[in-house]
Ligand binder design. Structure first.
Ligand SMILES: *[C@@H]1O[C@H](CO)[C@@H](O)[C@H](O)[C@H]1NC(C)=O
Ligand SMILES: *[C@@H]1O[C@H](CO)[C@@H](O)[C@H](O)[C@H]1NC(C)=O
Ligand SMILES: *[C@@H]1O[C@H](CO)[C@@H](O)[C@H](O)[C@H]1NC(C)=O
Ligand SMILES: *[C@@H]1O[C@H](CO)[C@@H](O)[C@H](O)[C@H]1NC(C)=O
Ligand SMILES: *[C@@H]1O[C@H](CO)[C@@H](O)[C@H](O)[C@H]1NC(C)=O
Ligand SMILES: *[C@@H]1O[C@H](CO)[C@@H](O)[C@H](O)[C@H]1NC(C)=O
Ligand SMILES: *[C@@H]1O[C@H](CO)[C@@H](O)[C@H](O)[C@H]1NC(C)=O
Ligand SMILES: *[C@@H]1O[C@H](CO)[C@@H](O)[C@H](O)[C@H]1NC(C)=O
Ligand SMILES: *[C@@H]1O[C@H](CO)[C@@H](O)[C@H](O)[C@H]1NC(C)=O
Ligand SMILES: *[C@@H]1O[C@H](CO)[C@@H](O)[C@H](O)[C@H]1NC(C)=O
Ligand SMILES: *[C@@H]1O[C@H](CO)[C@@H](O)[C@H](O)[C@H]1NC(C)=O
Ligand SMILES: *[C@@H]1O[C@H](CO)[C@@H](O)[C@H](O)[C@H]1NC(C)=O
Length: 702
């Protein structure tokens, strides 16, 4: 693999590179009264490039061409590639009045001409520049060219050239191979930018795609070697409204470096080495190996040159034709193990280290985030994958694919992430992490997005410590509350899964129901039942209800996102204390020490004055022992350490018998500042900011 991706070999060593051409009377320009014939050449002012007549190999045909002055065997541009001269002494190269470069034979017939000049020039002349660009200019106009050979390359890309499309003029600049080493006429292969969908570069043979690099990811064409450290040839891409161009540039401009398309369709980068071994050194090849063959592994197949056989299926996919697969016929590609069902909802799996699939059938947006990109893709049932448009600077923009994903391969280096649509059943929350009987519905991101009006501000119920909470309505009319974990949430996937399991286990008709969750890509959401008009809080506290969102969250969850069964025990304890006292924990404060309900209840309990906190209407009944027991039990449930809190089995048992209750420790969120905190990370006096944020995280009625 290492050698196949980027290898270096000496292709050939030129024994004699010095030209026999007569350059003593060389100029870099010719005007309308001058001409160039065999025996004379144009030489660029710095002596780097030379233009003259040449005949390749053993051919009897003659051409006007361009080469490095000191490497005459390597012709980098040919004028009359389709119309050779039979007689070297008969050709005359000159420039005509309107500004057209022409090659005439001895009967003054035009053998070849540059395309028409963009405008009529008064004093046109031809000049060979040190970049290797042969230009037609007008008199003293140094700003623009009437024509340039850089717009009409043959098989060689030089530093400073652009290739690609100008949609306004309809002009395309691309490479085309020679027919053979002895015939520079247009061969079978082209190497060009294809702007369909999102720009990519294709090598085609007779119009049929052979190899592909791209789409351009902000740094390189996906699948092309990373050339960012290449000082002698840098590729940059300019994607404008009216054009898309790839430009070759260099930091080390003194190096002789070219990019060619061979007669067999291999795109190659060469560097001239002028040390003891003088010659062109091959720097890179496209294709680099068999896995670069376009569509080698079919749809959803993935090439991996380090594997045997080289074709496999993407995870969650299997060969469509398993029998053919064993015969190395991979053309049928792979199919999904589990069929998509867009109406029910699909999701995305992240695949890494890939050369991105063919993006001719794609859509892009430069300003979207990856999350918005996912939502965009989910909206369309034929959208099969998405990823960032630009991977530089942490990633930005959105690129989404429609239809089957083809021409994917694994890359040892420089691969990208791709989020591929799969059936929701394929989206593991890692199954073994869950109880066998754990069955919680998965919601599709698009469903939730729709229900919340794409997470509209007006539907935001509040901002929790771990992200915003939205109100929404499902298509069947069910009201939901969506807790959307922010990316910056301290709660990781494990904690989230843990919470999901715990809440799912605690489903109860008197608790707000967890309807399901949504885990897609980077999104993690919990979907709860939302019933503001029927909830317990309304029964308890009537219309001031809007402020009622707080006070039930356990400290370990509030501060660390650690959710356990004991977190719900805490909430239950708060509720119990509220019922008995008739007070709300969220707004209750007592005395100048600002004790909250839990702290006050604990203080009274220690002073054996708990009865003072019992709601007046309950005190009238002859059940004060029961009330004190409930108060004690409530305090047991809200102890700071989760381990100290009883489990619900014990709570039920303690509620239904008269056993002696255990000693109670300090509750969580004890707000008396002087009280030392048993758990160093849990502040006994949380900053008001976080308290406010955290309180909203707890959903209504829990
Ligand atoms: C080179 O130019 C000189 C002077 O113009 C001329 O005498 C000579 O024949 C030329 N040599 C060749 C090889 O063309
Ligand atoms: C080169 O240019 C000089 C003056 O600029 C001119 O005298 C000479 O004839 C030119 N030579 C050729 C080969 O055009
Ligand atoms: C072309 O160049 C030659 C040499 O510099 C000069 O004598 C001649 O006047 C030029 N012709 C035109 C049309 O500029
Ligand atoms: C070409 O070779 C000649 C003779 O060795 C040398 O003087 C000249 O500098 C070389 N030109 C370039 C551009 O390397
Ligand atoms: C090539 O052209 C020269 C000059 O026009 C002529 O003398 C010669 O006969 C031609 N040779 C052939 C093979 O046509
Ligand atoms: C010059 O070119 C014309 C047009 O291609 C052709 O008909 C003619 O035979 C050529 N003359 C010579 C001497 O090659
Ligand atoms: C050049 O222009 C003339 C007249 O406008 C036109 O007939 C000819 O086809 C043009 N040639 C090219 C190569 O565009
Ligand atoms: C360029 O040439 C035009 C006419 O040929 C002339 O009017 C103009 O002054 C020249 N400009 C310069 C900067 O030489
Ligand atoms: C390579 O080096 C030789 C000898 O130093 C020199 O003559 C020649 O011009 C050089 N070639 C290039 C392409 O720089
Ligand atoms: C998608 O799922 C729904 C509900 O289970 C079912 O009615 C429908 O037939 C499914 N569609 C496909 C294409 O499987
Ligand atoms: C609940 O706690 C009691 C007492 O600590 C223990 O014996 C029992 O096993 C626990 N039940 C569960 C389901 O954890
Ligand atoms: C409170 O939160 C706001 C908004 O997040 C922040 O700008 C401010 O600095 C915070 N204040 C404190 C004391 O943390």
């Amino acid at each position: 693999m290492k050698t196949s991706i980027k290898y270096i070999c000496i292709l050939f060593v030129i024994s004699s590179i010095l030209s026999n051409q007569n350059v003593s009377n060389a100029n870099d320009t010719i005007n309308t009264t001058q001409s160039l014939r065999y025996g004379a050449t144009l030489v660029s002012s710095g002596g780097i490039f030379e233009l003259g007549f040449f005949s390749p190999g053993n051919s009897n045909n003659w051409y006007v061409g361009l080469w490095y002055t000191n490497i005459s065997q390597t012709v980098v541009w040919v004028a009359n590639r389709e119309t050779p001269l039979r007689n070297r002494t008969s050709g005359v190269l000159t420039v005509t009045e309107p500004g057209i470069l022409v090659l005439l034979n001895d009967t003054d017939s035009i053998i070849w001409s540059s395309s028409n000049a963009s405008r009529v020039a008064r004093n046109p002349f031809v000049q060979l520049l040190d970049s290797g660009n042969l230009v037609v200019r007008d008199g003293n106009d140094t700003d623009s060219y009437l024509w340039q050979s850089f717009d009409h390359p043959t098989d060689t890309f030089l530093i400073g050239m652009n290739f690609g499309w100008n949609y306004v003029t309809g002009m395309e600049i691309y490479l085309s191979s020679w027919k053979s080493l002895e015939d520079p006429a247009t061969g079978d292969f082209t190497f060009n930018v294809d702007p369909t969908g999102y720009p990519q570069v294709f090598t085609r043979r007779g119009g049929v795609i052979m190899y592909r690099i791209g789409p351009f990811n902000g740094l390189v064409f996906s699948g092309a070697p990373d050339v960012s450290n290449d000082r002698t040839f840098l590729f940059g891409t300019q994607i404008g409204e009216n054009s898309v161009f790839v430009r070759g540039d260099a930091i080390e401009r003194s190096a002789i470096s070219i990019f060619t398309l061979s007669t067999t369709g291999v795109a190659q980068r060469w560097i001239w080495v002028n040390q003891s071994t003088r010659g062109w050194v091959l720097y890179l090849n496209i294709p680099s190996d068999n896995c670069d063959t376009y569509r080698l592994c079919g749809a959803y197949g993935v090439g991996d040159i380090g594997e045997f056989p080289v074709c496999g299926c993407l995870n969650k996919f299997e060969p469509e034709d398993p029998e053919g697969w064993t015969r190395a016929d991979w053309s049928n590609g792979c199919i999904r193990r589990a069929a998509l069902n867009c109406t029910v909802g699909d999701g995305f799996l992240k695949y890494s280290n890939l050369k991105l699939p063919d993006a001719r059938d794609s859509w892009h947006n430069g300003s979207m985030t990856l999350e918005e990109c996912e939502v965009e893709c989910l909206k369309n049932c034929s959208c099969m994958a998405y990823t960032n448009l630009n991977i530089s600077g942490g990633g930005s923009g959105c690129l989404i694919w429609f239809g089957d994903l083809v021409d994917i391969r694994v890359l040892a280096a420089g691969g990208q992430d791709l989020y591929i649509r799969v059936a929701s059943s394929e989206l593991g929350i890692n199954n073994e992490a869950y109880d066998k009987d754990f069955e919680l519905p998965f919601f599709d991101l698009s469903t939730i997005s729709k229900a919340t009006d794409n997470f509209a501000i007006k539907n935001k119920l509040g901002q929790g410590g771990y992200g915003p909470v939205y109100k929404g309505t499902l298509e069947d009319g069910q009201d939901i509350a969506v807790k959307r974990l922010s990316k910056t949430s301290k709660q990781g996937l494990d904690e989230f899964k843990n919470e999901v399991i715990c809440i799912a286990k605690l489903q109860h008709r008197n608790l707000v129901r967890l309807l399901g969750c949504c885990i897609q890509g980077e999104e993690k959401m919990l979907i709860y039942e939302h019933m503001p008009n029927k909830s317990l809080d309304l029964v308890l506290f009537g219309e001031i209800f809007a402020a009622f969102k707080s006070g039930y969250m356990s400290p370990e969850y509030a501060f660390h996102g650690r959710y356990s069964i004991k977190s719900d025990v805490f909430s239950f304890g708060v509720l119990l204390l509220e019922i008995v006292s008739g007070e709300r924990n969220s707004i209750f404060t007592y005395g100048d020490r600002g004790l909250n309900l839990l702290a006050y209840a604990w203080t009274l309990h220690q002073e054996r004055r708990s009865i003072e906190l019992v709601d007046a209407c309950l005190q009238n009944l002859d059940n004060s022992d029961q009330m004190l027991r409930l108060m004690h039990l409530g305090l047991l449930c809200v102890q700071q350490h989760p381990d100290d809190r009883p489990n619900m089995t014990s709570v039920v048992s303690m509620l239904s018998n008269e056993s002696v209750l255990p000693q109670v420790n300090q509750p969580g969120f004890f707000t008396e500042t002087s009280t030392p905190s048993p758990e160093s990370n849990v502040s006994s006096n949380p900053p008001s900011n976080s308290t406010n944020q955290l309180t909203n995280t707890m959903l209504d009625g829990r």
